[in-house]
Design a protein around this ligand. Structure first.
Ligand code: SF4
Length: 97
């Protein structure tokens, strides 16, 4: 039998999200990000494109799309980001291993 996986975007599209509306599990500390110049690092590190730069230069976080991989928390300078897992039963539910 020949296994032919679907593309990564197609597989990710099967994920299900339980969004905890109004209760973000991500907080970007704008002053610290600005002081460390780490805004682009944050934007570019995320595989789900959670982060973007607003017109005012602030870094926005579209937390509902988070894959909970932990990359942003691991690489950002101390004090720039607060991140925790969503409350129980919320967040991403993966449909493929
Ligand atoms: S945990 Fe992963 S998917 Fe979620 S915001 Fe951070 S880098 Fe993006």
């Amino acid at each position: 039998m020949n296994y032919q996986p679907e593309s990564v975007p197609a597989r990710l599209a099967k994920n299900v999200y339980e969004v905890d509306e109004g209760n973000s599990h991500i907080e970007v500390h704008q002053d610290a990000v600005k002081a460390t110049g780490s805004g682009d690092l944050l934007i570019n590190c995320c595989p789900a494109h959670v982060y973007s730069r607003g017109q005012d230069g602030r870094i926005d976080a579209e937390f509902a799309a988070c894959l909970e991989c932990g990359t942003c928390l691991a690489i950002m300078p101390e004090g720039t980001l607060s991140w925790h897992y969503p409350e129980s039963g919320m967040g991403v539910q993966f449909r493929e291993g």
